[in-house]
Design a protein around this ligand. Structure first.
Ligand code: ATP
Ligand code: MG
Length: 152
């Protein structure tokens, strides 16, 4: 459906921020004119909820999670960045498959399904997802979605 993308994202960030109280600060910034986007709200909600929840879960209390939205031409570019445990390079490729987790999760609980769902949703939207990460430093997921999606 046609939507105000910035308001939609702000809403998701605000809801997550409330549910985690003050343990992390989620910082949302946007650039460019997103106008009226045509996206599947359910899919986008799955994508953002999973990626921001991961950013919180895999970083320590008090660290910053940054959500950046840039609208450029026909695309919405999202960066979800944390200062958490990072992902070992040898594990990155498999994480978009179901039930796969990295070797450095320690006692942090998880099923290994979130990113598989995110990948599905991004594909359904005709988008792209990439990840850059350094162990002990942090992780940035980048999602590029067409602002006018045919996914519905
Ligand atoms: P759940 O199904 O509850 O989301 P999960 O978080 O373990 O469980 P995914 O969200 O699919 O599963 O993530 C897969 C794995 O990727 C995680 O177990 C973790 O090893 C790694 N991972 C994902 N996001 C991050 C991140 N932001 N920082 C560090 N590791 C991450
Ligand atoms: Mg997860």
């Amino acid at each position: 459906a046609s939507m105000n993308l910035i308001a939609f994202c702000q809403d998701i960030v605000d809801t997550l921020q409330m549910s985690i109280s003050q343990q992390h600060s989620i910082n949302f910034v946007c650039h460019g004119d997103c106008g009226d986007a045509q996206m599947d709200e359910k899919l986008l909600q799955h994508i953002l909820n999973n990626l921001i929840s991961n950013a919180i879960k895999y970083s320590s209390q008090g660290s910053e999670v940054k959500v950046e939205l840039t609208c450029e031409g026909e695309s919405a570019i999202f960066h979800i960045q944390d200062q958490g445990i990072g992902i070992p390079p040898e594990d990155i490729k498999k994480l978009f498959s179901s039930f796969q987790r990295a070797g450095n999760v320690g006692t942090i609980q998880g099923t290994g399904l979130g990113l598989a769902i995110v990948k599905k949703c991004v594909d359904l939207h005709g988008g792209l997802i990439t990840v850059e990460s350094e162990v002990g430093k942090g992780t940035t997921f980048t999602i590029i979605l067409p602002l006018q999606s045919m996914a519905e």
